[in-house]
Design a protein around this ligand. Sequence first.
Ligand code: NAP
Length: 483
Amino acid sequence: MRVAPVNRKGAASRPGIVDNVKNSPANIAIIGAGPAGFFAAEALLKRDDPVAIDLINNLPAPYGLVRDGVAPDHQAIKSVTRVYASLLARDEVRYFGNVTLGEDVTLEDLRSRYDQIVYAVGAQSDRRLGIPGEDLAGSHAAMRFVGWYNAHPRFRTEYFDLDCEDVVVIGNGNVAIDVARILVLRPERLATTDIADHALAALRKSRVRRVTVLGRRGPAQASFTNPELREFGRLEGVSAEVDAAELELDAASAAEIEDNAVRKRNMNTLRGYAESKPADGDRVVRFRFLVSPFEVVGKGGKVCGVRVERNRLVAQKGGYQRAEGTGVVETLRCGMLIRSVGYRGAPVPGVPFDERAGIVPNEGGRVLVRAGGKEVVPGEYVVGWAKRGPSGVIGTNKADAAGTVALMSDDRGAGIFVGCGRDRPDDLPRLLDRRGVRWVDKKGWTRMDACETALGEAQGRPRVKFCRVPEMLDAAGTPGSRD
Ligand code: NAP
């Protein structure tokens, strides 16, 4: 590991290296209070060396994708917030909500105050298909739809025209599953959840009855986890359909599922759907495999279909099966299209970014000056999707964060810190106040949380989420005039 030159006050012989490791707690800023940020805090607090952690989050409310990504009908998954709340309650942890790095605080502000900085910023953008018609009205990124129904303030004003019977969802991951399920669930089922009020109102009026989920590869390569796929078999009034002919596997795919319990279970679930009778209801989720979209078709500037090409699988070195077009094309009619082909990291001002991979370049969690290089940015680390890309379930972030935190501990032991500690983090509240930032502390979040849950209780729901930042700040009792 090479350490880039930095200039830390009090540092002795070498830049970036502090010879006298302090006994006082290491001051650590974690940027992003989602699962990755909280699991990093947990791992830091579990170690013997003392730490003082500031969690800095761009939305007023913490919990990231647990609040804004997990589907509202999957409340059990959200119970992990109890762990996060207990971490937030620790004396060693301060919370700064509604604070955006690059706007309200600069990297320089942080570098001059903290010994170590952890980027837990997730993947704030979406991958594109790169096909004609992708930007027609009625063609949407799944990330925006998910943010909209989950009351994320950034997506509150998105418009999804649900005045159509057919929707196509592109992609075979769990986000595609969530999107398809939300579109076919009966609104009464959603009415008891913390779905955004605006989304519930729109879904109550929805005419959507058929959702077709497209995989560019075969059923054996789908990324769904099995409980999510199986759930369609239990939804009232919803038929899950798949053509048995599309479930026939070539030898390589058959071998592929032999070694993969999840995919084997998925195949069994899909075979069950192929054999089952339609449910008593008018809502259908249909799975299609080995088809790639190559054009979104519009009429009057709005989506009316998608042209797809049938694929075959071609084995690559290492066993990966790639989809290759056969030249056979067809058009699927639909009034809305959702592209669920993966999230993508977005650059944070001043923080190195690997454009190709869409992550912060890193070696095991130590931030690298540039992708493919060896030079490390001393005292700066990355966890979660910003570290490894948008993969895995919430729990995956626990082991991921522990790996980074172990390196942070090693570096502290070796006296490697951010390196330009002119100030201390104690003055962060004053700095934010001076800049007119309406930041939310732990007490503010507790008040906001209590307001949301009280509103929910009155309606028999877990909570009613605020979806505007000013509403959140008012509920938090945060003084100031900045929205
Ligand atoms: P994902 O699991 O990576 O799935 C992305 C899908 O998009 C894959 O099927 C991929 O196919 C397909 N795709 C990519 N480019 C494509 C293209 N150009 N044309 C057609 N298809 C394309 O991503 P995700 O669904 O966004 O989920 C992100 C992560 O969050 C995953 O780890 C997921 O498990 C997790 N998550 C979990 C839950 C849950 O536990 N309930 C819920 C939501 C999300 P290929 O395989 O061919 O590349």
